[in-house]
Ligand binder design. Sequence first.
Ligand code: NAD
Length: 248
Amino acid sequence: MLLKNKTAIVTGAASARGLGKATAKLFAEHGARVAILDLDQAASETVAAELGKGHIGLACNVVDPAACKAAAEQVLKVFGQIDVLVNNAGITQPLKLMEISQENYDAVLDVSLRGTLNMTQAVLPQMRAQRSGSIVNMSSVSAQRGGGIFGGPHYAAAKAGILGLTKATAREAAPDNVRANALCPGFIDTDITAGKLTPEQREMVLDGIPMGRAGRAEDVAGCCLFLASDLSAYVTGSEVDVNGGSLI
Ligand code: NAD
């Protein structure tokens, strides 16, 4: 029970096979009260109910700072504290550099990067007041390798931006005992990746992974739990790779 009596917010957590839902599930198993935030209220509530009693689902478009503030206030009203924030919401567009329109760029940067800033600003005052908190930001191996098969260059840029934002957050919040770390998943089987590759492409991707298999959502959730819990009490400003050795 690594998160007993803790309250966690996970954004983008209503996707059936997603990293957010797997993380929320593991957090709940470790005693946390979890707030599922996603675009659709009903989908968020469904996932919250699947986790068991005592969790909530809220509609929150992380691109909208007012919605993020309102969601954080609602979580505070229901649970009285906010201990963990997982900034997981993100979208990909498999475009090449010359194909990216201004709209494409805005959409991808908005969800990942602006969304991370918005939610961080929404919870940080409470975490500072509590003098404790852990923020986990979902980056990607795309940030480290310059894109890849799923996300375009704008996705790589958004995820690289998250690394900088994470370190800056960690630096500013450290004196208040609030930590911030980034996770860099590699190729993980979720809705973002499922069915989007030909067998040959999948083989090519797997060839580049020393462990020889795609990651599972649970592989990412486990690292998220480590960063959210007191097991990582002295870890802040770090990037944790969850990629089966893809960068070796
Ligand atoms: P997913 O598509 O299954 O889930 C993403 C969720 O974010 C969805 O439920 C979606 O509704 C939600 N979302 C989208 N826009 C939103 C917004 N504006 N506000 C709130 N919620 C919004 O994706 P996933 O594979 O679970 O990925 C989760 C995160 O991990 C993303 O940030 C993704 O970039 C990152 N990531 C995934 C992989 C992978 O291989 N799957 C690898 C590296 C990083």
